[in-house]
Design a binder for this molecule. Structure first.
Ligand SMILES: C[S@@+](CC[C@H](N)C(=O)[O-])C[C@H]1O[C@@H](n2cnc3c(N)ncnc32)[C@H](O)[C@@H]1O
Length: 221
């Protein structure tokens, strides 16, 4: 059964300030891909919570993976499907707790700014784990509410669908408690400047000071 959710047109207009592409510059997705490739440079990749499909679009341009995406939002999955129609990318509607690609497993599963929306973290991690191939990796990014800018992150967080507003150590612990070992984690410095320029910088040095983190992990089999 598809999970219910408030992720329709108005939600995306709000969180992307009416300009999805401006908040999703190509270099941001290239940076995320570079981090993934250090652990799993090729194979099948499923982007869960793909929204309008920008990450998949850039991944298709860059090459190297067989790409699939899903989103709990019918609205988002339909737009992603249209945007990616000319590329060899499958997009289906379905959430992390659904099974939009029945019986399939993937070498890479990504959830960028998605898992903090999912109430049942145990079920979400378990679902990802069962959909990974042997040797597969799971990468997720999340906003974090600790560290020197935690108060600011909280104050600027206008997304009412964020269920888990926790710190970086809590996320690392969740991954471990739910059967994953952390391969790498880094901070993401991200800011929206002058309502057009989106900054996205991945950093290991400043990972305890960033407003978001990227965690790359693998099942602790
Ligand atoms: C903040 S947006 C992030 C979208 C995209 N990954 C990105 O980085 O721009 C959150 C996305 O997660 C999707 N989402 C929320 N709950 C989900 C779930 N349980 N399973 C899959 N997608 C979900 C929403 O529909 C939305 O597209």
């Amino acid at each position: 059964m598809t999970e219910p959710g408030p992720f329709e047109g108005a939600y995306f207009a709000d969180i992307y300030g009416g300009d999805y592409d401006a908040r999703n510059p190509r270099y941001k997705h290239r940076a995320l891909l570079s981090a993934l490739r250090l652990h799993q440079p090729s194979g099948s990749l499923l982007d869960i919570g793909c929204a309008y499909g920008r990450f998949l679009e850039v991944a298709a341009e860059e090459g190297g993976y067989t790409l699939s995406g899903c989103d709990v939002s019918e609205h988002a999955a339909a737009i992603a499907g249209e945007r990616l129609a000319s590329r060899d990318v499958r997009v289906r509607q379905g959430g992390v707790l659904d099974d939009p690609f029945p019986g399939e497993t993937f070498d890479v599963i990504t959830m960028f700014d998605v898992i903090e929306h999912v109430d049942d973290l145990e079920a979400a991690f378990a679902s990802v784990k069962t959909r990974l191939t042997e040797g597969g990796v799971f990468a997720f990014s999340v906003p974090v509410y600790d560290g020197p800018v935690g108060v600011l992150v909280e104050a600027m967080d206008l997304d009412p669908t964020h269920v888990h507003k926790i710190g970086r150590d809590a996320w690392l612990q969740h991954a471990q408690d739910h059967g994953f070992r952390v391969l790498r984690w880094m901070g993401i410095m991200r800011y929206f400047l002058a309502s057009r320029v989106y900054l996205h910088l991945q950093t290991t040095t400043l990972r305890r000071h960033s407003p978001a983190v990227l965690v790359i992990c693998a099942p602790a089999r």
